[in-house]
Design a protein around this ligand. Structure first.
Ligand SMILES: [Zn+2]
Length: 425
């Protein structure tokens, strides 16, 4: 076994994982915000059809691409004992709208020797000084884009790993497994991956997303997330006749943003378990200005406090100008999955056992973001998140280690073994 692989199993799965991954990333599946249909873009259906054909070829049953762009398939279990658990495996097909996603031309850099990796286009450089994880991958095969697009490891690495894992299980009926139900979702990156997910039909007692990053990551905590939209109405008057009449909504919006904490409680000044209030879009005129915020925290009470602080700050600023008017819309986006997952510890425990069985020490870090699992857990399908081996997501510097992707595919195989052993938990 080559030293960079976590196991003989991972090494044997690597060619299949890479082959699938390189095929999937070439399809443009970038999702689009403010969608009017599901999926938001047709490329996701193209990948969906390819995955349906590959799931059928691998020997899965009940393979289906539904009208909303969700792919589903079943690999029947082969263990009599264990209570007939159905375990789900989930990854998302879309890529982020935040970096170019069309015309991805992946490059495999074999046996990385350390140092900077210069990509052929746009002067994109992967500099290990800025990417500590890359330092650990000397000897690995590193996949990148050509420098002018994202790679799409988020989350086609997860898709390829699930495909390779279940194909391996299907081809080796001697390996014990519960019934495995696979789903590939559309539009995760625009927060809609779980929206039209038919949990009842999926029929699993729990599931795992493969949508993490560094080797060994296992996440059962995400942010709780709220979006807030502030609309300030001013009074628009020709500036030449504005004396004593004009009320400038833009200035009031700027005052609100300036009055919020900036040395703390922002994404750029916080880490680990600290939340934030983040203004991310400001549009408007003197007459009407809108500011969009996302608010995040791991603790729901603290999140409610951040919302209250935003509301209080905005009200105070606008109250100083009686002719101005304030509207505030607050919308819950997703909730920390910890609340659901702590009630079913065997679900995260099985993933932990599977990662250990692959010879990897699990890394337990909460996600400063959400996954399909945040909402699926809330909707009744407990779904922690497992690593994929991809890094620098949503950028042209995105990269993935073939060895770590193979390890994730091996974890899928090990997870089947753990569930067939533990059965009812
Ligand atoms: Zn993702």
């Amino acid at each position: 076994m080559a030293a960079s692989y976590t196991s003989v199993l991972a090494e044997s799965l690597a060619p299949d994982v890479l082959d699938r991954f390189l095929r999937y990333v070439r399809i443009d599946t970038q999702s689009r915000r403010d969608r009017t249909s599901s999926p938001s873009t047709p490329g996701q259906l193209e990948l969906g059809r390819m995955l349906v054909a590959e799931l059928e070829e691998a020997g899965l049953d009940d393979v289906h691409l539904d009208d909303n762009g969700y792919v589903r398939g079943t690999l029947a279990g082969n263990v009599a004992a264990g209570g007939g658990d159905v375990i789900g495996l989930i990854a998302h097909m879309d890529t982020s709208p935040d970096a170019p996603g069309h015309g991805v031309e992946p490059i495999v850099h074999r046996s990385y020797e350390g140092g900077a990796i210069e990509l052929p286009r746009e002067g994109t450089v992967l500099d290990p000084a800025a990417m500590p994880e890359l330092v650990d991958k000397v000897g690995h095969d590193i996949v990148t884009s050509s420098g002018d697009t994202l790679l799409g490891a988020d989350d086609k690495a997860g898709v390829a790993e699930i495909m390779a894992g279940v194909a391996h299980l299907a081809a080796h009926p001697g390996l014990p497994r519960p019934t495995l139900r696979v789903a590939f979702t559309p539009d995760e990156e625009i927060g809609e991956g779980a929206t039209l997910f038919d949990i009842k039909r999926f029929g699993a007692r729990c599931a795992y997303t493969l949508d993490g990053s560094e080797l060994g990551e296992l996440q059962d905590e995400t942010f709780s997330a709220v979006e807030a939209i502030l609309t300030i109405h001013g009074v628009e008057v020709h500036p030449g006749q504005a004396t004593g009449k004009l009320v400038n909504a833009l200035r009031l919006a700027a005052q609100i943003v300036a009055a919020l904490p900036s040395a703390a409680l922002t994404p750029e000044t916080t880490a680990d378990r600290d939340g934030f209030i983040h203004p991310y879009e400001l549009t408007g005129t003197t007459g009407k200005t809108e500011v969009r915020f996302i608010l995040r925290d791991f603790d729901d009470d603290l999140l409610a406090r951040h919302v209250a602080l935003l509301e209080q700050t905005a009200k105070q600023v606008v109250a100083a100008e009686p002719r101005a008017r304030l509207e505030l819309t607050v919308r819950e986006q997703y909730r920390n999955m910890r609340g659901v997952l702590s009630a079913v510890p065997d679900v995260t425990g099985a993933a932990e056992a599977a990662i250990r069985a692959e010879g990897i020490e699990p890394i337990r870090r909460p996600i400063r973001g959400g996954t399909d699992g945040s909402r699926l857990s809330e909707m009744g399908l407990p779904t922690p998140n497992i690593f994929t081996g991809g890094h620098e997501y949503h950028s042209a510097r995105e990269w993935a280690s073939v060895q770590d992707m193979a390890a994730a595919a091996a974890v899928v195989v090990r997870l089947a073994e753990v569930w067939s052993r533990d059965g009812d938990g």
